[in-house]
Design a protein around this ligand. Structure first.
Ligand code: ARG
Length: 442
């Protein structure tokens, strides 16, 4: 029996079949629920333009609903030799399934699936990032009075605080969230109806599928809609890479600050691993793996660029390979965000770091500023303190008073949280989820 949608009278070579299907049986499972939702919108629209009878539409919708249920229940897979999710779903629908593909190509179908998948996954990442943001802000408030050394060139520099340290990573996530919002907006346009990339002679109602699927708008130009494959994934991967960049820096700081030579922070032993030879070891492997995983994620925009680089307009099978680097990225980043959140909740800080005299010189600028406030010109004060240090005559005043916005004594966590909320309210999750929910009940 033919298991290809396009199979006519030539038998397919097994080795070529293996090579061209590649990892699609695995990758397309990520797309499965979205392929069904997209087909529900397409079938609903086809009935309104007379390409399906009402009875045929209803039969298709109920078949699609059943498949959706199987996917949700984990009772669905793509059969051996079936090319992809699009073929599997169509073949499961039986005879009426043969009418579903009018005015559609797998090219716009996979584009649509990817957009729906991407919206769903960005939503998960956004919620996870917000949860981590809240944890970091809470820790920042909790430890706002605990000082630590700040470094430049990894040389002790000036007083910093755990309030600043935790709060800095929260604010970094604010900027990452901004990129996630932009990426979401790029993904949230409907490519369905672009068909193979040049539209269709059927009078498709693209406005209708756009509304049914809760999209912001469509990708109007059918040629551009196809050019969005690869471009959308790259943009989204860039936003995810930005989150990953925040996490890998946090992970490196944490590894360093928990080492004995710093001793600034302590990990709950349950987050550490032991050594097979050194009985005393409690290693921060979780942070190290986070660092490496997040560094790898930061390479994904580049991987995608290299896959699609210099392709002319129009569909190419090259695009299939993007799925292999793109789809697993979301589970990886979600795992990392979740781990970092648990660790940041558990981590405890050393309240007395600065009682060690090796950090005394971080107060040198405080002393210069104190003399300057008393009327000595800054450059003279700088020189005096410098000479005192050289002569071993410097005594630090450890009471510090930083008041300006974003400084140790005035973290502005509330302002940062307000900015975060203003970004969050711009994600149209409610509209999108309501549209998909309604379609699934139709
Ligand atoms: N597996 C294919 C992909 O991901 C689906 C589209 C196939 N289209 C085609 N013209 N061969 O790109």
């Amino acid at each position: 029996m033919a298991n290809k949608l396009w199979q006519k009278n030539i038998t397919v070579d097994k080795d070529i079949e293996r090579y061209t299907i590649g990892k699609d049986a695995e990758m397309d499972m990520y797309l499965a629920p979205f392929d069904v939702i997209g087909s529900m919108a397409h079938a609903t629209m086809l009935e309104t333009i007379g390409l399906l009878t009402t009875a045929e539409r209803d039969e298709l919708l109920s078949g699609l609903r059943k498949i959706y249920g199987q996917i949700e229940a984990g009772e669905f897979s793509i059969a051996e030799g079936v090319e992809d999710i699009h073929s599997e779903v169509e073949m499961r629908l039986g005879d009426v399934g043969k009418k579903l593909h009018s005015g559609r190509s797998r090219n716009d179908q996979v584009l649509l699936d990817l957009k729906l998948f991407t919206r769903y996954k960005i939503q998960e990442v956004v919620l996870a990032v917000k949860a981590l943001f809240d944890t970091l802000q809470a820790q920042s408030e909790r430890y706002k009075n605990v000082l630590m050394p700040g470094y430049t060139h990894l040389q002790i520099a000036m007083p910093s605080s755990f309030g600043l340290w935790f709060g800095a990573y929260a604010e970094s996530l604010l900027d990452d969230m901004q990129l996630l919002l932009s990426a979401y907006k790029v993904a949230n346009r409907n490519p369905l109806g672009s068909a193979a990339g040049y539209g269709s002679s059927f009078p498709l109602n693209r406005t209708m599928t756009t509304q049914l699927l809760g999209f912001d708008s469509m990708n109007y130009n059918v040629v551009y809609a196809q050019m969005g494959r690869g471009k959308t994934e790259r943009i989204v991967a860039q936003a995810v890479a930005s989150v990953a960049g925040t996490l890998s820096k946090l992970a490196f700081d944490s590894c360093m600050f928990t080492s004995q030579n710093f001793g600034f922070m302590k990990l709950d032993p349950k987050f550490t691993t032991g050594s097979s030879i050194m009985p005393h070891k409690k290693n921060p492997d979780v942070f190290e793996l986070t660092r490496a995983k997040c560094n790898r994620i930061q390479g994904i925009p580049n991987d995608i660029t290299l896959i699609v680089n210099n392709l002319p307009s129009g569909y190419f099978r090259d695009l299939q390979i993007i799925k292999e680097v793109y789809m697993p990225m979301f589970d990886e980043i979600l795992d990392c965000i979740g781990m970092v959140k648990s660790m940041m909740e558990q981590i405890t800080v050393n309240e007395n770091i600065l009682s060690d005299s090796k950090y005394d010189y971080i107060f040198s600028v405080e002393e210069v500023n104190r003399l300057t406030t008393e009327g000595m010109p800054f450059r003279d004060a700088y020189r005096k303190v410098g000479l005192d240090i050289e002569a071993g005559k410097f005594t630090p005043h450890k009471e510090i008073n930083h008041t300006h916005e974003g400084s140790i004594g005035n973290l502005c966590n509330k302002e940062i949280a307000a900015l975060m909320n203003s970004v969050l309210t711009q994600f149209p999750f409610d509209k999108v989820n309501a549209a998909e929910g309604k379609l699934l009940k139709s």
